[in-house]
Write a new protein. Structure first.
Length: 384
């Protein structure tokens, strides 16, 4: 700690300091007369201390600025969740330019398992997945002539690693996870939930409690916004990019945030007053309202995005040709009537699987991720 020049040390000067300010034989050399040297002594002590304090203040401000920039960058990184590479990894080929990995030219690299492992979107939600998927699993077994096992993952990263290792063959990814799964893990999107006419889309909604005084997005400043998880398009990335790019609102600096790790968790949290605001998927919100899981009057929508493609089912790029085509055809031909899929997802309007075109249908999502990467780059600390 720096000494305070205004303490009792001023009235009890050391003889050595006193001599430094007086000429030999000077009539004011008497140390018992503080008025003869106190001004010079004060300057001698105060000026260096003032300079040190000034430098320390500048340094402290620089540290605070650097810490704030680092915090903002860290928060954005956690929220964006590493959107992944913007193009296919070098280990994949894309001769036809559809942005998807081509099957291996070497037949020895093809995957032809005797049992097919299937999973849907990774989720922390506890639910009876077999009841939902049992009819589709049976249809896949009939088409492929192989046993199909239902497996589940709580973490998308674990799911992607299983795909890369050849342990997972047919699977589903949420909208925001698809680009990373395609580019880095060889996922091939095949079909997604659609209405009876084969149309598919959903939107990102930011919801607040019915009695909240948040009326528009700018009112979120100083509040807490709940995201689902990193890389969730409607549950995180789309909302984060929207708030940063169009409203200048940055996480941590302008609003608090947290993860719920499930759209259902976010929706229930807003409905019962635990969360003040949340970014969620419209189709899940509609399904929960239609199913009586949350009252329609428990929340308000303060923002709705443009349409996005929903989560999608597909397979690993090196699956043997007969299995690839069998999976795709089984999905498109599957009859939802009376199935667990209809019981679970039909209330939100889903009635069939429709084929997707990744290059076209995921263009809006790739643009959101591109914008997210650009915003993230702007937060990078500059070189000293």
């Amino acid at each position: 700690m720096l000494p305070d020049p205004g303490t009792s040390r001023r009235t009890r000067p050391a003889p050595r300091l006193a001599r430094a300010f007086h000429h030999a034989g000077d009539s004011m050399s008497n140390a018992s007369e503080p008025a003869a040297f106190s001004f010079g002594r004060v300057l001698f002590i105060v000026v260096p201390l003032a300079l040190v304090a000034w430098a320390a203040t500048l340094y402290s401000k620089a540290l605070q600025s650097s810490a704030q920039a680092s915090l903002e960058r860290t928060m954005a990184m956690r929220l964006l969740g590493d959107p992944g590479a913007a193009k296919l990894a070098d280990r994949y080929r894309d001769a036809d330019g559809d942005l998807l990995a081509d099957p291996p030219a070497d037949a020895r690299q093809l995957l032809d398992p005797q049992e097919i492992n299937f999973s849907y979107v990774a989720s922390s939600e506890e639910e009876n997945e077999r009841e939902t998927w049992q009819e589709l699993l049976a249809a896949l077994e009939s088409r492929l002539g192989r046993q199909v096992n239902l497996v589940s993952y709580a973490d998308p990263a674990e799911q992607m690693r299983a795909l890369q290792k050849g342990e997972l063959h047919v699977t589903g990814f949420a909208t925001g996870e698809v680009e990373k799964a395609v580019n880095e893990y060889g996922f091939i999107p095949a079909a997604c939930f659609a209405d009876k006419d084969g149309k598919f889309s959903y939107s990102m909604k930011i919801i607040v409690a019915r009695d909240s005084d948040v009326k528009q997005l700018k009112d979120l400043k100083g509040r807490r916004l709940t995201f689902v998880r990193p890389r969730s398009n409607s549950g995180c990335t789309a909302a984060l990019v929207l708030l940063m790019k169009q409203h200048g609102l940055q996480p941590e600096r302008d609003y608090d945030w947290g993860f719920s790790f499930g759209h259902e968790n976010s929706i229930r949290g807003v409905a019962d007053g635990r969360f003040s605001a949340a970014a969620v998927a419209s189709d899940i919100l509609e399904r929960m309202v239609a199913g009586g899981e949350v009252p329609a009057d428990a929340f308000r929508v303060v923002y709705e995005s443009e349409p996005y493609p929903p989560g999608v089912l597909g397979y690993v790029y090196n699956l043997a040709p007969g299995l690839r085509e069998g999976v795709r055809q089984a999905l498109v031909d599957f009859d939802w009537a009376g199935s667990g899929l209809e019981r679970r997802y039909g209330k939100a309007g889903s009635a069939r699987f429709a084929p997707v075109d990744y290059q076209r249908d995921w263009a809006p999502i790739r643009q959101i991720n591109k914008t997210g990467r650009e915003l993230f780059a702007k937060l990078e600390p500059t070189a000293a």
